[in-house]
Design a protein around this ligand. Structure first.
Ligand code: CS2
Ligand code: MN
Length: 365
């Protein structure tokens, strides 16, 4: 397992890379050019700047999260060709810089969706929260004010350019069914996967967060059956997954450990985090500890260990603790704690495996 840490870029992240370096075992930063609008080509000199900076701090830049997909591609509009051509050129440039995995998502309009960014937990920490009843009463624009208006930093998935055209986008998605979205995703994959292959890059789709329809918009990367279908759209290793335990775990019927075993060789990037789900459909993000939420983090780590996972991983979101002023969901402290929890489990699994092998050997003698 190659441990990484999401970092938003110089001047755009409140966490210095020197501090990230102090978390044990972090090899690389997960990054993006967050100011480039979806659909535009990423300039090589900007990519190289990030690489240089990361390398100076002893990090690699193997994983990009995300190269966002323009809405016209998801909508299947004729204008998609231009955006797909740009996407291909971005893949080529990222490959030139040594990038190995590109994370992206195919969620219409909104990326991750929550109703509160700073919901207080019993211990005084705060975390991202999704309130099912609240979302049903909200207009999309009200949610945007609640979310984007509550953060001084631009959050991934809530970029101003995306939100400006919100009402037009909702108009455009009227009548777009899940099957339409599948067809548009297939078209996109058939175009870009060969380019990814030629450039030795693995594409890794992020599941929809939450894994069910919000505001009546279609969502398709939501459960085991749909992921099986996704992988067959273009049945090649370069067409793979970012398996996000927190996103999928917001639906308690999703068994993430089982998915890890089934999709093993197609998981290029592991997002590991916990959420606590409630019967009324609400959920809150928690610490990584297994017993703090309803996602079986222990079982998930066992599954990764069992398949001999050598891909990239990162702690996903964290709570806001110890008075830290940070991006919603992306503080240093709780993600640092999360990494140590994951290493604790992983190291013990490694040790146990070695001891068992020794024991087996001595039994044979
Ligand atoms: C997120 C998303 O859950 C997550 O990892 O914070 O914004 C994620 O980065 C995108 O959906 C990936 O494309
Ligand atoms: Mn995730």
């Amino acid at each position: 397992m190659k441990m990484t840490f999401r970092w938003f870029g110089e001047g755009n992240d409140l966490i210095p890379l020197e501090h990230v370096k102090q978390i044990p075992g972090v090899e690389g930063i997960v990054w993006a050019l967050h100011d480039i609008p979806a659909g535009e080509e990423w300039p090589l000199d900007r990519i190289m700047e990030v690489k240089e900076l990361a390398n100076q701090h002893g990090f690699h830049i193997d994983v990009v999260e995300s190269v966002n997909v323009h809405e016209d591609i998801k909508l299947g509009l004729p204008t998609r060709d231009r955006y797909i051509a740009n996407y291909k050129r971005t893949i080529e440039k990222l490959a030139q810089a040594g990038v190995k995995v590109i994370c992206y998502n195919f969620m219409p309009v909104f990326d991750w969706t929550r109703t509160d960014l700073f919901k207080e937990l019993e211990d005084g920490s705060t975390a991202l929260f999704f309130e099912n009843a609240k979302i049903k009463d909200l207009e999309p624009m009200e949610l945007v004010k609640e979310i984007a208006g509550n953060s001084t930093l631009t959050m991934p998935g809530w970029e101003p350019d995306r939100l400006q055209s919100l009402s037009r986008l909702f108009e455009q998605y009227k009548g777009v069914t899940e099957e339409d979205l599948w067809a548009n995703l297939q078209f996109f994959l058939e175009e870009i996967i060969p380019v990814a292959e030629e450039n030795n890059i693995k594409m890794a789709i992020h599941p929809d967060d939450p894994p069910f329809s919000v505001f009546g918009l279609p969502r398709i990367i939501i459960n085991k059956e749909n992921i099986q279908r996704f992988l067959k759209l273009v049945d090649r290793p370069a067409n793979g997954l970012t398996l996000c335990s927190g996103s999928l775990g917001a639906n308690p019927t999703n068994n993430v450990a089982e998915m890890i075993r089934e999709f093993a060789d197609r998981i290029h990037f592991a997002h590991i985090r916990n959420v606590n789900t409630y019967e009324n459909g609400d959920f809150i993000e928690t610490s990584h500890r297994s017993s703090d939420g309803t996602v079986d983090i222990l079982g998930i780590m066992k599954a990764y260990h069992e398949i001999g996972f050598t891909g990239y991983a990162r702690p996903d979101h964290g709570r806001h603790i110890w008075g830290e002023k940070c991006r919603p969901g992306y503080g240093l402290y709780d993600r640092g704690l999360g990494i140590m929890y994951l290493w604790g489990i992983w190291d013990l699994l490694e040790r146990t495996k070695k001891e068992e092998a020794l024991c087996y050997q001595s039994m044979k003698i």
